[in-house]
Design a protein around this ligand. Structure first.
Ligand SMILES: Nc1ncnc2c1ncn2[C@@H]1O[C@H](COP(=O)(O)OP(=O)(O)OP(=O)(O)O)[C@@H](O)[C@H]1O
Ligand SMILES: O=P(O)(O)OC[C@H]1O[C@](O)(CO)[C@@H](O)[C@@H]1O
Ligand SMILES: [Mg+2]
Length: 465
């Protein structure tokens, strides 16, 4: 999709007339290698060839508005009531973002009232109209020490008009939505309903997803903490598989349509022989199939470690009638169990060829996303929260705050939901995975002398890949 400068302009509620608490500090600031001044923009693309292809002068090149404080703001902080909602699946760092929002709103802008909606958008419906928590610096002081979200979260559809009524009822004029693709869709609809009624309410999104499946953002917050936790399970399964005769280690990791967690967790340990992701189809049978490859690994080094994203191989499950045609409350497709299919088909195949596999299968599931944010993600969440507050106070709306190529920028919300971020099978991440696992080459069988002398497990790692 080719984007033009105008596609990247964010919506404003109106002119900014109030002095911001940062006015003085910003007065002398100019763009430097480490700072983007409020009037400057950040390029969408970062290679010479992509920029040259546009054939445009620099000020017409597709670029994002820089995030950060403004000298003038739209809202009079004394008249702001802020709302915060967390939607969709959990993600490390949700509490860090809530905490950062509350601290920035109160400490610098001196906003007096902040309400957190309970249990996602559900808390904004007429039925649950009192489902809010008053958020104060005291209330949020220690919340980053726990995973999850103190507000709760949910899936499932809500009526946009009802949610607008709920904002009006509470006098909320600034709403922060921390959510994934669904949450950003809901926020976009909400903002459209607000616009249709001519209301002065800013809606700012902070994209959240452990799947890292939202575009126009560097890795989303919490992703790093989630894949670090996932990597621990890969280590566990590797140890188990290596210590078992004909050991088969399988880890199934979250990632519905995008295999980023599987790729990064595998690279973090460099112990996987095979990584399976939704973006790269594979077959089970035949000389190039997964079963033959598994067999070669087992014969070559005595064991094999497989990391599968939960969305991998869904076509194989469908062919076998193992997919139920169902969706969750938010309309997300319910997936078939690729881990179970691997376990069963590998056991059957290896038994048939005369091996005696020991299967070690781990599905850590929620254990990777319910953890607290690591230090890196905590910093990231705090800075996103600051950027979100600045954007809202400056009257930006239908806008997400993201980090893009290491700069914090504003992205129009419709772009964030325009398509899904996926691992590019032609990109450098997948290339790194292929290099690390050796999936490009066939496993070599061990030297017969090795087998005579050492038995299983002598040939390890890259030597046999
Ligand atoms: N197309 C849509 N239009 C309006 N609201 C939506 C839409 N899709 C999802 N939502 C709402 O957004 C909320 C969160 O959506 P969803 O459950 O898909 O999680 P998500 O935000 O995508 O997070 P995750 O990363 O866990 O998938 C739900 O309450 C849902 O009703
Ligand atoms: O929370 P639920 O509804 O079980 O959803 C699980 C899904 O949510 C995600 O964690 C994304 O939030 C996916 O990786 C996973 O498939
Ligand atoms: Mg989603």
């Amino acid at each position: 999709m080719t984007l033009h400068l105008d596609d990247l302009r964010v919506r404003h509620l109106g002119e900014c007339h109030y002095d911001s608490p940062f006015s003085e500090m910003l007065a002398a600031k100019k763009t430097s290698p480490h700072y983007v001044a409020e009037g400057d923009r950040v390029l969408l693309e970062d290679t010479v060839s992509m920029l040259a292809e546009h054939g445009l002068p620099p000020d017409r090149l597709p670029s994002f508005e820089a995030a950060g404080p403004r000298r003038k703001i739209y809202f009079d902080p004394a008249h702001v009531t802020a709302g915060i909602v967390t939607a969709g699946g959990l993600c490390p760092g949700l509490n860090d973002v809530i905490r950062g929002l509350v601290q920035e709103l109160t400490v610098h802008y001196e906003v007096k009232r902040i309400l957190g909606f309970r249990n996602g958008f559900r808390g904004m419906t007429a039925e649950r109209c009192n489902d809010t928590i008053e958020l104060t610096p005291d209330r949020v002081r220690d919340i980053h020490n726990a995973g999850g979200t103190i507000l709760g979260s949910s899936r499932g559809a809500q009526d946009a008009d009802e949610m607008v009524d709920s904002l009006v009822l509470r006098g909320i004029n600034v709403l922060f939505v921390i959510g994934g693709d669904g949450g950003m869709r809901a926020a976009t609809r909400l903002a459209a309903a607000i616009r249709a009624r001519g209301l002065d309410i800013a809606v700012i999104g902070v994209p959240k997803t452990i799947d890292n499946d939202l575009p126009y953002t560097d890795q989303s917050f919490g992703f790093q903490s989630a894949f670090a936790q996932a990597a621990n399970f890969i280590s566990s399964v590797s140890v188990e598989a290596a210590a078992s005769p004909d050991g088969i280690g399988i880890v199934k990791l979250m990632g519905r349509h995008s295999g980023f967690i599987a790729c990064y967790a595998s690279l973090a340990r460099n112990a996987a022989d095979i990584v399976l992701i939704p973006e790269v189809p594979f077959v089970l049978e035949g000389p190039d199939g997964l079963l033959a490859r598994v067999e070669r690994h087992v014969r070559a080094k005595g064991f094999v470690v497989i990391v599968a994203a939960e969305g991998a191989g869904q076509d194989l499950l469908e062919q076998r009638g193992l997919l139920e045609d169902a969706t969750d409350a938010s309309g997300n497709a319910k997936l078939g169990d690729i881990g179970a299919l691997l376990r069963e088909s590998i056991t059957a195949h290896l038994t048939e060829v005369g091996l005696a596999p020991t299967i070690r299968y781990i599905d850590p599931s929620y254990a990777i996303r319910s953890v607290t944010a690591n230090a890196y993600d905590s910093v990231y969440c705090l800075r996103l929260a600051h950027a979100a507050v600045h954007a809202a106070m400056a009257g930006r709306t239908e806008t997400a705050v993201v980090r893009w190529r290491r700069r914090f920028v504003h992205v129009p919300m419709p772009l964030i939901i325009s398509h899904r971020n996926q691992v590019d099978p032609d990109g450098d991440l997948w290339m790194s995975v292929l290099e690390a696992t050796g999936q490009l080459v066939q496993p070599r069988t061990c030297d017969p002398l090795d087998i005579d002398l050492g038995g299983r497990g002598v040939c390890r790692s890259t030597a046999v890949r």
